[in-house]
Design a protein around this ligand. Structure first.
Ligand code: NAD
Ligand code: TDX
Length: 333
């Protein structure tokens, strides 16, 4: 039995992680510390919220008292909590600096005080900046070059986590993953926004020329990678996690999704104002985690995109109210 503190477990990846972990490790205990910001949804924890070995605590990772209390007796910290949306970081960077940098620092201080055995930090490939179209991939040796307040705040948190390993010997690991997709992703993000726009009879909105490329990773593949790093990863190391290698741009994804709904492409897309500092392309080389830990992404993009669409069609109860919140934000973007 291990005591695990998960932060941000009411968000997209955190809730998928807890559901997966409790199924596979029913003897472990999980405490989920989440502030329930606009991006935190208790409804995402419905499948496991009644389990005896699961406990939810509403609180802020920046709060010293709460973190000090919860960290006592913890074996493993899995740190997902963050402000995660690039567009919001352009509108209001301060909350990103506070949660992603100061919140991470607060967790590190109390993890050290209470001698946790592992601090696993979830980060992003966006810390590496952008790649040109069609050329190159990020790997663990790529220099950091963050270009948005979001990615800069995540890069800072990565540096802090590493510094606690080198300076204080805190047993850390870090994973930097690419764009996740799958169930329980907030409707502010590209794929769920497209799906729910189509369901509401609205056009798919494309930033700039739409020829931006992301490396798409099914959320369960990501969660499996985190599990392996926690079990077999080397202390102090960073692992990059990416999807099945195929460059697909935003317009091509819009085309696939519109086709799933039987809708014509040209008449259902609308080009809108681009994102300032919009990174052109991300691509991840996941050879290290493959060679050292035996991980690879199992989920095929076309098949699991279709399954993700099916999930949103079946679960309007989950995203109906959230959609109003995300579109309210976008109306002012
Ligand atoms: P999300 O926005 O869906 O969820 C974030 C969660 O953190 C929410 O439940 C929110 O309430 C909680 N939270 C925010 N501020 C908090 C605070 N101060 N104290 C406690 N809880 C707080 O995010 P996500 O997409 O699940 O991402 C999880 C992690 O993975 C983040 O660290 C993100 O940077 C990283 N990441 C995400 C992706 C992706 O594609 N979604 C890709 C790479 C890395
Ligand atoms: O309506 C839209 N139209 C559009 O063209 C939205 C919401 C997005 N886009 C574009 C911008 C990006 O090129 O789609 C792409 C994906 O956008 P987001 O879903 O906002 O993701 P991104 O900016 O790539 O960042 C995501 O992946 C890395 C997560 O939000 C981060 O938390 C993670 O670190």
């Amino acid at each position: 039995m291990r005591n695990i503190l998960v932060t941000g477990g009411c968000g997209f990846i955190g809730s998928n992680f807890i559901g997966y972990w409790l199924k596979k490790h029913p003897k472990d205990k999980i405490i989920n510390l989440d502030k329930l910001t606009y991006a935190g949804h208790l409804s995402s924890t419905k499948a496991f919220s009644e389990l005896k070995n699961y406990k939810f605590v509403k609180g802020d990772i920046c709060d010293e008292k709460v973190v000090d209390r919860l960290m006592k007796g913890v074996d493993i910290v899995v740190h997902f909590a963050a402000e995660s949306h690039v567009d919001r970081s352009i509108k209001d960077p301060n909350v990103f600096i506070k949660t992603n940098m100061l919140g991470t620092a607060n967790l590190l201080n109390f993890a050290l005080k209470h001698n946790v055995k592992r601090f696993h930090h979830i980060s992003t490939d966006e810390v590496f900046g952008e790649l040109p179209l069609g050329k190159g991939k990020f790997d663990e040796k790529t220099p950091y070059d963050p270009r948005s307040p979001y990615s800069a705040s995540k890069a800072s948190s990565d540096y802090l986590v590493r510094s606690y390993y080198h300076t204080f010997g805190l047993p850390i690991t870090i994973s930097n993953c690419s764009n996740n997709y799958g169930p329980y992703q907030d409707t502010e993000k590209f794929i769920p926004r497209m799906i729910t726009n189509i369901m509401k009879g609205d056009p798919v909105l494309i930033y700039g020329d739409g020829k931006y490329v992301r490396d798409w990773l099914f959320v369960e593949d990501h969660v499996r990678a985190i599990e392996l790093i926690i079990k077999k990863g080397k202390i102090g190391e960073t692992y990059l996690v990416g999807g099945q290698t195929k460059d697909v741009n935003n317009l091509q994804i819009a085309k696939i999704i519109l086709k799933i709904f039987g809708k014509d492409f040209k008449s259902n897309i609308k080009f809108i104002k681009d994102r300032p500092g919009h990174d052109r392309r991300y691509a991840v080389n996941w050879v290290k985690i493959n060679k050292e830990l035996g991980w690879k992404p199992k989920h095929n993009f076309d098949k699991w995109l279709q399954k993700t669409v099916d999930w949103y069609i079946k679960n309007e109860w989950w995203w109906g109210d959230m959609k109003k919140v995300s579109e309210k934000f976008y109306a002012k973007r």
